[in-house]
Design a protein around this ligand. Sequence first.
Ligand code: FO1
Length: 324
Amino acid sequence: MHSAGGSAVLALSGGVGGAKLALGLQDVVTDDPLHLMANTGDDFSHLGLHISPDIDTLLYTLSGRANVSQGWGLEEESWRVMAALEGLGGETWFRLGDKDLATHLFRAQQLARGASLAVVTAQMAQRMGITCHVHPMSNATVRTVVHCDGDTLPFQRYFVEQQCHPRVSGFSFEGINEAPANGAVLDLLASATLSSIIICPSNPFVSIDPILQLPGFWVALRDSVAPVAVVSPIVAGAAIKGPTAKMMRELHMPVTALGVAQHYCRRYPGLLDYFVIDESDAKLADAIGELGVNVAMTSTIMKNRQDKRRLAQFVLKLLEVAGF
Ligand code: FO1
């Protein structure tokens, strides 16, 4: 049983889906500290640069500069460097826009000077005018590996180069056993200042599992004073964005909010206090409740800024009532 006395909010997020709710949270959590912990299992080294796609999606979304239609990178981007690189016969399967490149160059230089990923991320967030705290899940290297048809692929080769076409049979997170969770977030969990923990509607397998499976981390979340809510990334049998539904089908799981709830409840027993589903999935509420989690229902589809704020407010209210 969780109980809360503080006021800080912690949200765990991957890229696009999570960043939408993170933006809603940033809009409504104005008087209390808001901490966002980003998956770094998608990170990789490319063209000699450290690429952190989920951190950057959060930074660009929270600073109002994300390229929403493309789903990654910056708005009003140009591609002159990629065109020149192509002319040299360089690698262009993973496209880095000209302005986006500045992010990776800045990060690479700071890391080469000995700064941690957490310090560089905080520095960039501050310089982009972001008011909440953005934390990488760990300063250590964790790399998501996709298992498919007897083979394995590094995450970005699967996701970008192969467009998620290979059939998946599982995932592993290289380096995770030696990757301490971000110390600032562990301190927050151990303090009495945290009121709410929100797991954003991100991909459970490749965005949230790498965070929860950092050594000791999900147990620290479970044992913290704050209640935990998950927002389902699956609505009416489909993912709002990305390959979550396809992965669930290939892993022989029900492609429903119930399938997501089963995943979290079986893999992380006792972690969840609330599972938030869309109203269109009302018929699944009883079955999800039988997993031992409270079910809350609202419209979870975030088409515009108002939807994001409304969902953020709904989840915060839910957790505020749960804490005492
Ligand atoms: N996604 C793509 O589908 N194609 C790309 O060329 C691509 C480049 C890219 C560059 C920087 C960055 O931060 C993200 C980028 N992404 C690209 C998105 C990213 O690889 C995935 O959306 C995430 O890893 C999944 O959350």
